[in-house]
Design a protein around this ligand. Structure first.
Ligand code: C2E
Ligand code: MG
Ligand code: MG
Ligand code: MG
Length: 288
């Protein structure tokens, strides 16, 4: 009857709630544990940078490296940035972590130069939190200076969402960074909501076309049309275009014909530990 039905619904509701609460607790506990490990990771030197080559489409030479953080936890093994970057953002750990990345990337660039390599651009990803930090430009200026690195060789990668949150504040910060002399690029372009029209207001040097467009470029006419439009618009604004996630020769060919300037992806190389990158760089220079 109606009473039993009500009773059952209540009981079920309570069970569902308990189940939900238990799951929430497990999730929260896991996050807390991971946060603790993340906090200790810096002092325990568990982070390492890998470097992915950026290749000039015309010369096929390596012209840049993107620094990508890796976390080797002694028990958990290799933890993906997709898992720990968002957590680092939420907890503010990203600030010291980001400083570490910037410093180490610049030191590595300096070390390759000292080793006799031709000047190479070093790209570093900035997080939203870092981008909002007071004194970012001063930190960047101090870091390149401490490493004796020409600021023109450092590129900072920003994302559309970082710029759209408060476009005026973002533009001011970007101008401060440009005054230091670094390059600015817009990462994962096409995945956010910035209108192409807004681009002209941002003092950026390059657009990185997101790999979700590159993936289907040779099969999906919409992705192809969007990418072709982005390349030509970027060029008309005087920006350089780099395609991310180029995995196949077909994609490379298509992007080359569209006039894309640089490419990055498994077709050329995955991100590599510093020593492996250096030997690739060496081979690259020896070839001609
Ligand atoms: P991102 O900046 O867009 O970096 C490109 C990602 O694509 C890297 O993943 C790279 O390993 C991967 N990738 C490169 N070529 C290919 C390809 O041909 N195919 C496929 N499927 N993937 C490719 P990763 O290293 O796992 O980094 C993921 C994201 O984590 C980065 O995306 C970036 O947003 C963030 N991240 C990584 N390192 C840092 C860092 O030092 N600081 C900050 N703030 N974020 C970072
Ligand atoms: Mg990037
Ligand atoms: Mg990207
Ligand atoms: Mg698609």
């Amino acid at each position: 009857n109606a009473d039993t039905a009500l009773y059952r619904a209540k009981a079920q509701g309570r069970n569902n709630f308990q189940f939900y609460a238990a799951e929430m607790n497990a999730h929260a506990a896991e996050r807390i544990a991971l946060t603790g490990k993340l906090r200790r990771a810096l002092e325990n030197r568990e982070f390492v940078l890998h470097f992915q080559p950026q290749v000039d489409v015309r010369t096929l030479r390596i012209v840049g490296a993107e620094a990508l953080i890796r976390w080797h936890h002694p028990q958990m093994g290799l933890v993906s940035p997709a898992r720990f970057i968002p957590l680092a953002e939420e907890t503010g750990i990203i600030v010291p972590m980001g400083e570490w990345v910037l410093r180490n990337a610049c030191e590595q660039a300096r070390a390759w130069l000292d080793g006799g390599a031709a000047p190479l651009r070093m790209s570093v990803n900035l997080s939203a939190c870092q981008f909002r930090q007071e004194g970012l430009a001063a930190l960047v200026a101090r870091t390149v200076q401490a490493c004796g690195l020409d600021p023109a060789l450092l590129e900072l990668e920003l994302t559309e969402s970082m710029l759209m949150e408060d476009p005026n504040a973002a533009i001011a910060t970007m101008h401060e960074l440009k005054a230091v002399g670094v390059r600015l690029s817009l990462d994962d372009f096409g995945t956010g909501y910035s209108s192409l029209n807004r681009l002209k207001g941002f003092p950026i040097d390059a657009l990185k076309i997101d790999r979700s467009f590159v993936r289907d470029i040779t099969t999906d006419r919409t992705d192809a049309a969007i990418t072709a439009a982005v390349v030509s618009l970027a060029h008309s604004l005087g920006l350089s275009v780099i395609a991310e996630g180029v995995e196949e020769a077909d994609q490379f060919e298509w992007l080359r014909r569209q006039g894309c300037d640089e490419m990055q992806g498994y077709h050329f190389s995955p991100p590599l530990p510093a020593e492996e990158f250096a030997s690739l760089l060496h081979t690259d220079r020896e070839e001609t």
